[in-house]
Design a protein around this ligand. Structure first.
Ligand code: UD1
Ligand code: UDP
Length: 365
């Protein structure tokens, strides 16, 4: 029996790897092992419990206010023993986190083949997002198998000289997750609170946005919301203390904005589905909103998800206060502009990515 090990550590990786784990576990020809680095703690556990996934190993590396040196060195030292003990036939990593990069590096040192799930995303600006663009490019140098969501992602890898027989377009497993989480008859107390208002979803956490860019975002959001009494917003806030300090200073006193703890993925997906529009600097939310047909103002200067821009759901609004203010206001006041950005698309997948990836792994091992 061939051994597949999946290693991940943060909330978004878990959301996108759990559907695949559950699919791999149905395959009799494979032994599936789950190792979490614990780069995140509470936010990771929240996801594992929703998908009923237990980890076989937890490296528990998270520290409050960890920096990139902490994450990198702690994972590299701790993963070595697990990889040596299990000696898997393939290790699957996801996306562009430090967990993905460091685990791929460890596999390279031990000459264990790596499969990269959500491969091929690029901005080609090594500092944006930071350090994710470096991480994803570095994993691509190492990876033996590349599971990409879109044609564009495949093109990106071909341009870098990757072997086309090792690139598989499968769609993104996040769509598989959405097919499980979204419910028609969904209820939540937030919906009661916002029942006579347009509900706005806010998230922000990117490292390169900590500090002034985040101050700009929150100032713009607060101004627009206070000028529109028919609008209410929820902000499930990242536990990063630097994010919390900034948000609390600017947004806490607004009656129209509720800052809440991170939501379980089931709640988050359903509230996203009930939202009028989204303001975020997240990566994965851009894919989810495109699938759900929800307009997203992406508070970044560049995105690795150009498909969502083409479909029309996404708009890049940068991190300057005035640009965010103008675009947010426009979307609330101009119905035509809003309709243009509300077209759902399955460009990121049809909900069968996990099955396709599991089939390919069974075939290739
Ligand atoms: C990480 C990823 C980023 C991804 C994001 C998803 C890297 C370098 N960054 O960034 O690509 O978009 O996850 O959310 O891999 N914390 C907790 N509890 C948790 C999680 C985080 O308290 O469950 C706090 C800790 O103080 C931690 C801080 O948040 O030090 C930052 O976490 P970290 O993983 O370093 O960075 P993220 O911004 O979450
Ligand atoms: N998410 C969640 N609860 C929340 C906020 C987000 O479950 O309170 C999910 C969201 O649906 C998406 C993922 O977390 O799948 C995005 O994570 P994040 O924005 O932290 O990371 P990124 O995608 O930018 O790497």
């Amino acid at each position: 029996m061939k051994k597949v090990m999946l290693v991940f550590g943060t909330r978004p990786e878990a959301i996108k790897m759990c559907p695949l784990i559950n699919e791999l576990k149905t395959r009799d020809s494979l032994k599936t092992i789950v190792c979490v680095t614990g780069q995140h703690r509470e936010m990771l556990q929240q996801v594992l419990s929703v998908f009923n996934v237990d980890s076989d190993y937890n490296l528990s590396i998270m520290e409050e206010r960890q920096n990139l040196f902490d994450i990198t060195t702690n994972i590299l030292l701790k993963i070595k023993g697990v990889l040596k003990k299990e000696n898997p036939d393939i290790v699957l990593v996801h996306g562009d986190t430090s967990t993905a990069f460091v685990v791929a590096l460890a596999c390279f040192y031990l000459q264990i083949p790596v499969g990269h799930v959500e491969a091929g995303l690029r901005t080609c600006d090594i500092f944006s997002p930071y350090p994710e663009e470096f991480n994803r490019q570095a994993v691509s140098i190492i990876s033996a198998y590349n599971f990409v969501a879109t044609k564009q992602a495949k093109e990106n890898l071909l341009k870098e000289g990757k072997d086309k027989s090792k690139i598989f377009i499968t769609g993104n497993t996040v769509i598989d997750a959405l097919r499980i989480t979204i419910k028609d008859n969904y209820h939540h107390e937030v919906l009661q609170w916002a029942k006579d208002s347009r509900l706005i979803m806010i998230t922000a956490h990117r490292r390169e946005n900590l500090g002034q860019p985040m101050v700009n975002m929150f100032n713009a959001i607060k101004r627009v919301i206070e000028e529109h009494p028919d609008v209410k917003a929820i902000y499930p806030i990242h536990p990063n203390p630097i994010v919390r300090e900034t948000a609390n200073k600017i947004l806490k006193d607004s009656k129209q904005i509720k800052i809440i703890e991170p939501l379980k993925v089931l709640d988050f997906h359903n509230l996203l589905n009930k939202s009028y529009l989204i303001l975020t600097d997240s990566g994965g939310i851009q894919e989810e909103a495109t699938f759900l047909g929800k307009p997203v103002l992406v508070m970044r200067n560049i995105t690795e998800r150009p498909e969502g821009l083409e479909v029309g759901c996404l708009k890049l609004v940068g991190t300057e206060e005035d640009e965010i203010y103008q675009n947010f206001k426009l979307l609330l006041e101009d119905k035509k502009e809003y309709e243009k950005m509300s077209q759902a698309s399955s460009i990121y997948g049809d909900g069968t990515a996990s099955k396709q990836i599991a089939d390919i792994i069974e075939r290739c091992l």
